[in-house]
Design a protein around this ligand. Structure first.
Ligand code: RIB
Length: 307
């Protein structure tokens, strides 16, 4: 079983189901529902690794507060190695406010809180877990990302980065070579100014991203259009599956986790991408963040029912 070291964020999500988001200065009264659900791009991916059959060590930082208690006990129940999660006495647990519109599309605002205070000490000791891969996103402090990548690279551990939430101020030139770098459509546009709206634009965007980040594969997540893989020479579209979209929250986190785990097992990025498309499809068909991520058995059954 592959052991993934996730060094990334943990949030409590306040999810508001709304008909549409208000304009500036406008107040709207909603009759829809709201809920507090465990989220955070890192935590969603860590939970995905477990549900999809991997081992996972999760390094993050939460506050000394009720949300920190709720989140860490969830990770323990799900079998995540929580030995290197720290509680911060000053900063609160990260909080995300998520508006989900009737189309299933979301808008997210993250208050990073303790996520921005992950220390080098936490990171250094977490490599004791003998990971097969390092997995990160951009919701934590830049120095934590750079330090983790440096340690992994020195040890020959492959690095996978999901580009959420894209941050152009990140010093990409200081990253070592990555195995996979995976932005979604918005992140692609934010990082290179090209919207991957068709095959030609996908290639243009991927070539531009490959100048920003040194990665064996760039995998652009295209939502309902699947994904686009660029290997440094050629690009390939991998179609996704038709599904009724209920809530897109955490779909990207689950997709990249599924891609990483399957790629580590089979070594074939194209096959891994088909599997990841199935993970993403099942995630968007359900409400919520980490609670909407499928198990490996559900993914296999879903794939078996496709043409
Ligand atoms: O990708 C979805 C996640 O983004 C949410 O769970 C939220 O916490 C933000 O991190």
């Amino acid at each position: 079983m592959k052991n993934i070291l996730v060094i990334s964020s943990a949030n409590m999500d306040m999810v508001l189901n709304v008909a549409s988001v208000p304009n500036a200065g406008q107040t709207v009264i909603e009759s829809g529902k709201y809920a507090y659900v465990p989220g955070g791009k890192g935590a969603n991916s860590a939970l995905a690794f477990r549900r999809l059959g991997g081992e996972c060590t999760f390094v993050t930082r939460v506050g000394n507060d009720a949300n920190g208690d709720t989140l860490t006990s969830l990770y323990e129940r799900e079998g995540i190695n929580t030995s290197y999660i720290c509680r911060d006495d000053d900063a609160p647990t990260g909080l995300a406010t998520i508006f989900v519109e009737s189309t299933g599309q979301n808008r997210i605002i993250v208050f990073a809180g303790a996520n921005q205070k992950i220390t080098q000490g936490q990171i250094d000791s977490s490599f004791e877990s003998a990971p097969d891969a390092l997995y990160m996103q951009f919701e934590i402090n830049h120095d934590a990302i750079l330090h983790s990548a440096k340690v992994a690279s020195e040890r020959g551990i492959p690095i996978f980065i999901d580009a959420g939430a894209a941050d152009l101020s990140f010093p990409f030139n200081k990253l070592p070579r990555l195995e996979v770098f995976s932005p979604n459509e918005n992140e692609t546009f934010a990082l290179c100014g090209i919207s991957p709206s068709n095959e030609e634009k996908c290639l243009e965007a991927a070539v531009s991203l490959s100048k920003l980040v040194d990665a064996k594969y760039i995998v652009i997540k295209l939502g309902g259009r699947g994904a686009y893989i660029y290997d440094g020479t050629k690009g390939t579209y991998i179609d996704t599956f038709p599904i009724k979209v209920v809530d897109t929250t955490a779909a990207g986190d689950a997709f990249t986790a599924g891609l990483t785990l399957e790629y580590l097992s089979c070594g074939d990025i194209y096959r891994a991408c088909r599997y990841a498309n199935a993970v993403g499809s099942l995630t968007v068909s359900r409400k919520g963040a980490s609670n909407s991520i499928p198990s490996r058995d559900e993914v296999i059954e879903f794939l078996a029912n496709q043409k």
